[in-house]
Write a protein that binds this ligand. Structure first.
Ligand code: IPE
Ligand code: IPE
Ligand code: MG
Length: 249
């Protein structure tokens, strides 16, 4: 039987919300219609995380590489972000969600940047769920900006100092990584932070994702033995020894 020294419920779930385009294509709809349905799936998933007492949810909404898409899709995604901000933030705030938008804002419009900052400020004191909507985010960008911040401050480069400068430094690393849409890759999401995340891939297209699909990933997570480089035997000793504090998320 598998024994884990960590809680069976993840504190932090990271999701690559993939498959919007294929969802739309199957219905002979424009790709942006898939992205719109993707916002609905995100709303369901946030509520499911609140219901299940998940502390942190990080979602990949737009990658550093997504600028390479056709111009009309990129502008559709920018418009959707503005729409979602106006429509979703008040209800997220009411439900106690603390929102962050990790990513490079230098290419976003002044209006969008203002909207992101306003949403972050409004929800800063909420404590039911931390929601990180990673927008114009890339794992490589994140590591580079952390290293650059350390260089400018004249600080040494260590694992700890880099971790403190990363865009998600205010939350623990993801315990569970989920990617929908059937692709078996990370696509430059939380490259540093996912070093020890449990990986879960689903063929479900993101617009079809719901609480039942999340539950399947949680069941899978609970079945995993997280060893962090140790052996199973060491974990059993740590679990049974009253002196040894089990590692926490
Ligand atoms: C993910 O869905 C959303 C973004 C990348 C913005 P896709 O648009 O990549 O959907 P597929 O992979 O083409 O189906
Ligand atoms: C990853 O999906 C980015 C987001 C979900 C925002 P992509 O569809 O861009 O990834 P690739 O291109 O298939 O690797
Ligand atoms: Mg995709």
């Amino acid at each position: 039987m598998s024994v884990s020294s960590l809680p069976a419920t993840p504190a932090h779930i990271a999701i690559v919300m993939d498959g919007n385009g294929r969802w739309a294509k199957k219905r002979f709809l424009p790709r942006v219609a898939g992205h719109k349905q993707g916002v609905e799936a995100l709303r369901r998933t946030v509520q499911a995380c609140l219901d299940k007492n998940i502390r942190v949810l990080s979602v990949f909404a737009f990658s550093s590489e997504n600028w390479a898409r056709p111009a009309d899709e990129v502008s559709g995604l920018m418009d959707l972000l503005a729409m979602a901000l106006a429509r979703e933030v008040p209800s997220l705030h009411e439900r106690g969600v603390q929102i962050h938008f990790p990513g490079d804002r230098s290419r976003l419009s002044a209006r969008t940047v203002q909207g992101l900052a306003d949403a972050e400020r409004l929800t800063a004191a909420n404590n039911k769920l931390v929601l990180n909507v990673c927008f114009n985010y890339g794992g490589r960008w994140d590591i580079c900006q952390a290293a650059e911040a350390l260089r400018l401050a004249g600080q040494p480069i260590t694992e700890e100092s880099i971790a403190k400068k990363l865009a998600l430094s205010y939350v623990p690393d993801p315990d569970l990584f989920i990617r929908t849409g059937g692709e078996l890759r990370v696509s430059n999401f939380l490259m540093w932070q996912m070093a020890y995340s449990e990986l879960c891939f689903s063929d479900v297209l993101w617009p079809d994702f719901d609480a039942a699909e999340l539950q399947k990933a949680l069941v899978l997570f609970a079945s995993r033995e997280r060893r962090f480089g140790q052996t199973s035997e060491q974990l059993v000793v740590r679990e049974t020894s009253p002196k040894s504090g089990a590692s926490t998320c």
